[in-house]
Design a protein around this ligand. Structure first.
Ligand code: ADP
Ligand code: MG
Length: 702
């Protein structure tokens, strides 16, 4: 970057120390260059000026030019407002201000020429502007002429200090006018030619001062491309580096454990997708390179079995394996299922969670270091410093999105040499997110459900149909089925959540009384682990027909006789959560149902979510819909993944195609020059290294 752009923002005319501090704090703008890279969030056509007589109340922004005929304060104290009359040769229109009256009274110049910009509204049969933007006509002309005007988002605090979008725009003009040389190019020539990108200098000019709609589009394209390309290049470069420097355990043997399990213990035929994925994993672990693989598969696609068979390969090669799950319920369920499946094979499987007793914990520690424990299953407790292994060869992380990057990194340090890592996602992730958040991992996808599954029938009812729902539940129970009823965590307070659950529990108990032979159990997050376990076990053994629960059962719980999932206040759940919850049923051969109950008052997004759930059971489609509705930052757990999804201009929701192009571009460059050592790529490499110094060390992660 040039010296000009590296200057402290406080030295830009019109900024000064106080504004500099605010810009730094609120928008992370510390230098001229930072400001230049603060991109507008929208552009508005400002080629046209309206004559005042033609102004109608319309739902778009328009601009007029005129002279201030009068400035008048009306009302008193709190009710005070400022009425400014703006006139041109065709008529006059009031501009109304309810806030900042004092400031405006002092600063609006009667008789001055202004450009006024805003949405015309109608009040008492008269058209006016409420809180329009105003700028001296003279100042307006001093700016850099642009066909479309850039609008910048500002925070509340900035607005309160009169740093508005318009002020930022004006600073941008000052910055640009003071620039003596072009902004240096940051992408290699070849790339710019091949992908027909605007040079950086031009792109920056047209993003802030577009000279045409087409040029704006080109500017956006170039800047988005660069943003996505950099992320992809860095990920692929680090993957390359990891493959070069980190030697993985070479699991060449597929031996007794794996084969015996496959031929004698496997309770069902593997699906084609499971077989393919296991082959991919086997090949990866036997390549001499460390495996870092993401296993994607929809809810119920049978990831646990894949995990199990992968662990057996590690054991066949004389290594230990561990499996980490996000909740105690899930960890202990994994322990039960896996222990049962491996019964008779002479393997020692241990469970370690936060509630494991001290004495037992010590025994487990000894078993791990002594090598007598083959498989360790657990929660976060697994990554505590005190847990050491004799020879850990494989780490599997289930429902990965609940684990942060830092936790993954800690797991890796359990051995002098990095074990193979397989991360399994709970819910399918949109492709763009997968490419960005897990872009440094190899990917395997289970795209097939075990045979005989019937898609879950999903309906949405408003609350007043609860009676019908209860009747339906009674019939299902009559047929021997089991039912989940789930309440949301409202999150205001634990107490309230609990009350919510309690009330629901009482309601259900009243509708399904014990004297009629019904048995209901309740599970929630704050219950001691042992109680939770007991409740789960009772339900699993069919000793209760209804389980009333909070979202603790969201991920992974597996009771194949359960065929109805009732979700209360379904509008309060996110899409991926709803999909996870629905995935708890439909695991057996019977037709299953998911009933979404909601109040009448639905937000537009809430309605969309419920509609999506009713219309599809495809996890990938749901993940895409979720991304479009919420944006990547809000997708469950992605935030704490620490991944570089924090994009300034590109959007993972809408720029999927460009992301693929950028990834291909990055991949081509690395194929040609894996170490980025050729002169034309030096700049790219130094950029990656610069980023590395300021961010998480990606090479140490997964
Ligand atoms: P998820 O991918 O959501 O973790 P699970 O591993 O819990 O799914 O598997 C869901 C259910 O499907 C389990 O009851 C499991 O025993 C069963 N299952 C897994 N693979 C197969 C298969 N190939 N054929 C039949 N059932 C299977
Ligand atoms: Mg699972």
């Amino acid at each position: 970057m040039s010296a000009y752009l590296e200057q402290d923002i406080k030295f830009l005319a019109g900024v000064g120390p106080r504004r500099a501090e605010l810009l730094g704090k609120e928008l992370n703008i510390h230098t001229f260059g930072d400001l230049l890279h603060y991109f507008p969030y929208k552009h508005i056509d400002r080629t046209k000026f309206y004559a005042i007589k033609d102004i109608q109340p319309v739902d778009t922004y328009i601009q007029v030019r005129g002279r201030i005929a009068s400035v008048q304060k009306e009302g008193v104290l709190q009710k005070e407002r400022l009425v400014v009359q703006l006139s041109d040769h065709t008529g006059s229109i009031p501009l109304l201000f309810f806030k900042g009256v004092k400031y405006l009274t002092q600063n609006i110049k009667q008789g001055g020429d202004y450009v006024v910009f805003g949405k015309p509204t109608e009040f008492n049969g008269q058209v006016n502007f409420v809180h329009p933007e105003m700028e001296f006509a003279e100042k307006y002309e001093e700016g850099i002429a642009a066909v479309l005007q850039a609008h910048y988002s500002v925070t509340e605090r900035l607005r309160n200090s009169y740093i508005t979008s318009r002020v930022i725009g004006r600073l941008m003009v000052t910055l640009w006018k003071g620039m003596k040389t072009d902004v240096p190019e940051t992408l290699p020539d070849e790339l710019i030619k091949q992908y027909r990108l605007l040079p950086l200098h031009e792109a920056l000019f047209h993003i802030h001062f577009p000279q045409s709609a087409l040029l704006l589009q080109k500017a956006q394209h170039r800047l988005k491309f660069e943003e996505l390309f950099r992320i992809q290049l860095r990920m692929l470069y680090l993957r390359e580096e990891r493959n070069t420097y980190i030697k993985g355990f070479n699991f060449t043997i597929v031996g007794d454990y794996f084969n015996r399990f496959y031929s004698e213990y496997l309770p069902f035929e593997l699906t084609g997708a499971q077989k393919r994925v296991i082959r991919e994993i086997r090949r990866n672990m036997g390549s001499g390179k460390q495996m870092n693989r993401l296993l994607q598969g929809d809810v119920g696609s049978g990831k646990t079995l894949v995990a199990l068979m992968t662990m057996l390969i590690a054991l066949d090669n004389g290594y230990q394996a561990c499996l980490m799950a996000p909740t105690e319920i899930l960890a202990s369920q994994h322990k039960q299922i896996i222990t049962k499946m491996l019964e008779g094979m002479g393997l020692n499987i241990a469970l370690l969670t936060g509630s494991t007793r001290k004495k037992e914990r010590r025994a487990i520690h000894d078993g791990l270091t002594g090598g007598s424990i083959h498989i360790l299953i657990g929660t976060h407790a697994l990554i505590e410093e005190t847990v050491q292994f004799a020879n850990l060869g494989l780490v599997i992380i289930d429902e990965q999105h609940r684990f942060g990057v830092a936790q993954r990194a800690r797991l890796r340090k359990k051995n002098a040499e990095a074990p193979h890592v397989l991360v399994m996602t709970a819910t399918p992730i949109p492709r763009t997110l997968a490419m960005t958040v897990y872009g440094d991992l190899e990917v395997s996808v289970i795209d097939e459900l075990p045979p005989g599954r019937k898609p879950v029938k999903t309906v949405h009812y408003f609350d007043h149909r609860r009676k019908d729902v209860f009747e339906f539940m009674q019939r299902q129970i009559g047929e021997g089925r089991q039912i989940y009823v789930v309440y949301p965590l409202i999150g205001e307070s634990e107490k309230m959540d609990y009350k919510n659950l309690e009330t629901g529990f009482e309601q259900i108990r009243a509708a399904f009384p014990e004297k009629d032979g019904y048995s209901i159990i309740m599970v929630h997050g704050k219950m001691p682990a042992a109680e939770k376990d007991l409740a789960m076990r009772l339900f699993k053994e069919g000793k209760a027909q209804i389980m009333v629960a909070t979202t603790v059962i969201e991920v992974g719980v597996d009771v194949s006789n359960a065929s109805v999932m009732v979700i209360e206040s379904a509008e309060r759940f996110g899409l991926s959560q709803l999909h996870q919850l629905r995935g708890r049923v439909g695991r057996g051969a019977d037709q299953s149902y998911c009933i979404l109950l909601s109040s009448y008052r639905l937000s537009a997004d809430g309605r969309k979510r419920l509609q999506t759930m009713v219309s599809t059971t495809d996890g990938f489609a749901i993940a895409e819909a979720d991304l479009k509705l919420r944006g990547p930052g809000d997708i469950d757990g992605i935030q704490q993944s620490g991944a570089p999804f924090d994009l300034h201009i590109a959007s993972l929701a809408t720029d999927g195609q460009l992301l693929q192009v950028a990834r291909n571009a990055a991949s081509d460059i690395l194929t040609d020059d894996p170490g980025l050592n050729q002169p034309k790529n030096i700049l790219l490499k130094s950029n990656i290294q610069k980023q590395m110094n300021t961010e998480v060390d990606w090479s140490k992660i997964s």
